[in-house]
Design a binder for this molecule. Structure first.
Ligand code: SF4
Length: 731
C-alpha cells in the first residue's frame, strides 16, 4: 500500500486538494483510504456529500475498549473511498497532537493495517508543531510526503518547517514528493514558490489555479472531481493522482535556515541578530518612557530545591512532593488533577511511610493511613479534549463535605495540556462561597523534583493561609521542615516535644505536617521557629519564612547527639528565659549517656572507622566515636541533593576528601584496613569488611550516636566472614 502524507499550513486548501485527489484516485480504480488529521475534522466532508462523520476521538471518548469496531470510525464516501476523521479538542483546550497519536493507535488496534487499500492519504494540519502531528511521518505510515503551499510567506515558512520535521525523521531515506502549489493570487506568487522550491531542491508536483469551481463544488458538498469531472481542473487532479500511484520521484528534505528562507522568498532578511542574546535597544528621542525592568519574581522562582537550582537530575516529581505536603493539612482535601495512576503512586508512598514508621518505631500518624486525596481521574480522552470538566466534577464532589480548603495539585499530563485551573475555580462560586480552592501548579515533574514540590506546596499553602496579623504568644514554638516520608519523623517529634515540654514550651504548628488550616492560619502565634533539618531543603524553608513572614528561627536544627542537644536546649531556653531548667535536663541524660559509654568503650576503643557520607553533618557520630576512643581514619564526602557542604567541629582530627567518587571506595578500604565502614550511600561492603549505615534522617536527642554505637558493638562481635558463603552443601 502506498501511504501519502499531505501537509500544509492551516487554511491553505490542503483538505480540498486531498479530497479531490482521493476522488481522482478512486476514479482510477484504486482502493483509497483518506484520514483527516486535523481537529477541524472536515478533511473528508467533500467525499461524503458535505456531511460530517463521527470522529475517531469522539468515538474513543464515548465507547468502552471492548465495544469498539473499525466499521464505526471508517465511513464510505464517493466511489467507495474510506474516510476517517481524527477530530480533536476545541481550540485552546486539551492536546490535539496527542489526539492524532491516539487516533493512529486506535486504528492500529482495530486492525486498519490489515485492510487491503492501494493507497492511503493522510491530510495533516499545518506545521509540524509537536510529535503528535508528526505521527504520519513515522516510518510505518507515510512513504511519501507532499506539501501544499501558496505564495504567501507564512505558507512557505510552514512548508519549510515541515521539511525540518521530515528531515528529523529521515537521516538517509528520501520520500519527499514535492510541493503542491495552490494559488491564492498573491503578488509574485509562482516566482516565490519556484525560488523556494529551487533553493530547497524540491520539485513542484502540481499547480492548481484559483477557481470558482472549488467554491461551486463545495456548495454542492462535493469535490471538483465529482461535481465537474470533465473540467481541466478535475483533469489536473487526475494527473497528480497518476503521479502518486506511480511513486515519485522522491527527494530528501533540505530545509532552509530562517535567514535564507526570508532572503529567498522575500528577497531580504530581517533576522540579523542572535535571538537568544540580549542587546540594549536604542530608544528614539520621542519614545514613550517604558517602565523600569525591576520585576519581582514569583516566590516559587526564588525558593528552589537544590536539584532545580543546580540543574541536577531530578529526584522524584514535584507533584508527589506537593501532595505529600498538602495531605498533612488534615481538614483540607487534596485533588490530584491528573491520571489516577499518579494519585495511586503518591497515595502508596504516603501510606507506606506510615506503615514503615509504625513497624520500626511503633509510632505513626493516624491520618497518614487514610489521606484525604481525590483524583480528577484523567483518561486518555481527557488528555486530548482537556480536563477542566473532570476537575470541576472532582471539586464539586470534594466540596460536599465543606472542607475549609481544597488543594488542586497538577500532574505532568495536566501541565502538558495546560488546563486552566483558575477558569475552573471561577466557574464554582457556589463552592468558593464556603471552601477556598488553592491551585498548586507543580505540573508533575515539569516544574521540578520532589523537594521542589514540597517547597512549592509550602510556599503556596503559606502564602494563601498564613494570617500576617496574628501576634506571637508566650512559650510557643513552630516546627519547620520535618521530613514527611522518613520513618522516624513522629518518633523524633516526640523526643523534641518532650524536651520542649520539659522547658515549659508548647508546639503551635508543624509546618507542614499533622496540622490543620486553622493552625497554619495562626502560624505566627509561634514565637520561635525550630528547623528540623539544617540542610538545603530546610534552609529554603527557613529563608522563605524569615524573609516573607518575619519568622524568627533558632540557629540550630533538631539536635542529633549529646553535645548538640545540650547546645540546642541552651539556645532555646535562653530565648524564652528558662535557662534554669536546662541543667537539670542535661544532668538527667548525662548520667545515662556516660554509663553507656563506659559499657561500650572496652569493646570499641581503638577500632578504626572509615566514613563515606553524602555531606550531612556527622559530629554526632564523630563525637560518639571519640568518646569511645575509636580512631576515625578518613571521611569521604560525596555531593548530595540534601546538603551543600560538609561541616564538622572536629575537622583536623581526621582526613577529609571532598567530591569523593564511589569507585574509590574499595581501593581505600584495602589501603586503610578499617574495622568498620560507615556509609549512607552504599549498603554492601566487600566480603571480609564490616559495614553499617549512617541514617540520612538520624534519631534526634542525646543518645543518637550511642544508638549507632550499640549496633557497631554487635557488628564487631559477629564473624567478619559469613561462613555460609563457603558452605558447599548450601551452594
Ligand atoms: S512524574 Fe508526572 S506522570 Fe509520573 S507520577 Fe509524577 S505527575 Fe504523574
Amino acid at each position: 500500500m502506498k501511504q501519502i502524507a499531505i501537509y500544509g499550513k492551516g487554511g491553505i486548501g490542503k483538505s480540498t486538494i486531498a479530497a479531490n485527489l482521493s476522488a481522482a484516485l478512486a476514479l482510477k480504480g484504486a482502493r483509497v483510504l483518506q484520514i483527516g488529521c486535523d481537529p477541524k475534522h472536515d478533511s473528508t466532508r467533500l467525499l461524503s456529500n458535505g456531511t460530517a462523520i463521527t470522529t475517531a476521538l469522539d468515538y474513543l471518548r464515548h465507547t468502552r475498549p471492548d465495544e469498539r469496531h473499525l466499521r464505526d470510525v471508517v465511513h464510505t464516501g464517493f466511489k467507495g473511498v474510506h474516510c476517517v476523521e481524527a477530530g480533536g479538542p476545541e481550540p485552546g483546550v486539551g492536546c490535539a497532537g496527542r489526539g492524532i497519536l491516539s487516533t493512529f493507535e486506535l486504528l492500529a488496534q482495530l486492525g486498519l493495517q490489515s485492510v487491503a487499500y492501494d493507497i492511503a492519504l493522510y491530510d495533516v494540519l499545518g506545521d509540524v508543531v509537536c510529535g503528535g502531528f508528526a505521527v504520519p511521518l513515522r516510518r510505518d505510515y507515510a512513504n511519501a510526503v507532499y506539501i501544499v503551499t501558496s505564495g504567501e510567506f507564512m505558507s512557505i515558512y510552514a512548508a519549510n518547517n515541515i521539511l525540518r520535521g521530515v528531515q528529523n525523521y529521515d537521516s538517509s531515506e528520501t520520500r519527499l514528493g514535492g510541493l503542491i502549489l495552490n494559488r491564492r493570487g498573491v503578488e509574485d506568487e509562482d516566482e516565490r514558490v519556484i525560488r523556494f522550491a529551487e533553493a530547497a531542491h524540491l520539485p513542484i508536483a502540481a499547480t492548481f489555479p484559483r477557481s470558482d469551481q472549488f467554491t461551486r463544488a463545495e456548495r454542492l458538498g462535493k469535490t471538483v472531481v465529482e461535481a465537474f469531472p470533465t473540467t481541466p481542473l478535475a483533469g489536473a487532479f487526475g494527473a497528480l493522482a497518476h503521479v502518486l500511484l506511480n511513486s515519485g520521484p522522491y527527494v530528501p528534505a533540505q530545509p532552509l535556515a530562517d535567514d535564507d528562507l526570508e532572503r529567498v522568498v522575500l528577497g531580504s532578511s530581517t533576522r540579523t541578530v542572535n535571538p537568544y542574546r540580549h542587546r540594549a535597544l536604542s530608544q528614539p528621542a520621542d519614545a514613550t518612557p517604558q517602565p523600569a525592568l525591576t520585576p519581582v519574581p514569583q516566590l516559587t522562582a526564588r525558593y528552589l530545591s537544590k536539584s532545580v537550582r543546580q540543574r541536577d537530575p531530578l529526584q522524584g516529581c514535584a507533584f508527589a512532593g506537593a501532595v505529600h505536603t498538602t495531605l498533612h493539612i488534615q481538614d483540607a482535601i487534596t485533588i490530584a488533577h491528573g491520571p489516577r495512576s499518579c494519585s495511586h503512586i503518591a497515595h502508596q508512598t504516603f501510606t507506606s511511610s506510615a506503615r514503615r514508621a509504625l513497624t520500626k518505631y511503633g509510632v505513626s500518624l493516624q491520618h497518614q493511613f487514610e489521606p484525604p486525596l481525590a483524583s480528577s481521574d484523567m483518561s486518555e480522552s481527557v488528555v486530548i479534549f482537556g480536563g477542566t470538566d473532570e476537575l470541576e466534577s472532582a471539586i464539586r464532589a470534594a466540596a460536599t463535605s465543606h472542607p475549609p480548603v481544597i488543594f488542586v495539585v497538577t500532574t505532568c499530563p495536566a501541565g502538558i495540556i495546560g488546563d486552566d485551573i483558575q477558569v475552573v475555580i471561577e466557574r464554582l462560586p457556589d463552592v468558593t462561597a464556603h471552601t477556598r480552592i488553592i491551585p498548586i501548579l507543580t505540573d508533575g515533574n515539569i516544574n521540578g523534583d520532589y523537594s521542589q514540590g514540597l517547597i512549592t506546596a509550602c510556599l503556596k499553602g503559606a502564602a494563601a493561609l498564613l494570617d500576617p496579623d496574628v501576634t506571637p504568644e508566650d512559650d510557643t514554638v513552630n516546627i519547620v521542615a520535618e521530613k514527611n516520608l522518613a520513618n522516624n519523623t513522629e518518633a523524633n517529634f516526640r523526643v523534641i516535644h518532650d524536651l520542649l515540654a520539659a522547658l515549659g514550651l508548647r508546639v503551635n504548628c508543624r509546618f507542614i505536617r499533622a496540622t490543620s488550616v486553622d493552625e497554619l492560619r495562626h502560624f505566627k502565634r509561634g514565637r520561635l521557629n525550630l528547623l528540623a533539618y539544617d540542610d538545603a531543603y530546610g534552609r529554603t524553608f527557613r529563608d522563605y519564612l524569615a524573609e516573607q513572614h518575619g519568622a524568627v528561627f533558632a540557629s540550630a536544627a533538631f539536635p542529633v547527639g549529646f553535645h548538640e542537644t545540650v547546645q540546642w536546649l541552651h539556645e532555646i531556653a535562653a530565648f524564652f528565659a528558662k535557662t534554669e531548667q536546662v541543667n537539670a535536663i542535661v544532668a538527667q541524660h548525662r548520667t545515662g549517656y556516660e554509663a553507656l559509654v563506659e559499657n561500650l568503650r572496652p569493646a570499641l576503643a581503638g577500632k578504626r572507622i572509615f566514613i563515606l557520607t553524602y555531606g550531612h553533618r556527622l559530629d554526632w557520630i564523630l563525637q560518639t566515636a571519640f568518646d569511645l576512643e575509636m580512631e576515625v581514619l578518613k571521611v569521604a564526602v560525596l555531593n548530595y541533593a540534601y546538603d551543600d557542604r560538609f561541616f564538622s567541629r572536629f575537622e583536623g582530627r581526621f582526613a577529609v576528601e571532598l567530591n569523593y567518587a564511589p569507585e574509590q571506595r574499595n581501593g581505600d578500604i584495602q589501603a586503610l584496613q578499617p574495622d568498620l565502614v560507615l556509609s549512607n550511600f552504599m549498603l554492601g561492603v566487600p566480603e571480609g569488611v564490616r559495614g553499617d549505615i549512617i541514617p540520612i534522617c538520624p534519631d534526634v536527642g542525646f543518645h543518637s550516636g550511642l544508638l549507632l554505637a550499640e549496633r557497631w558493638y554487635r557488628l564487631l562481635k559477629a564473624p567478619v566472614s559469613e561462613g555460609w558463603r563457603s558452605d558447599a552443601s548450601l551452594l
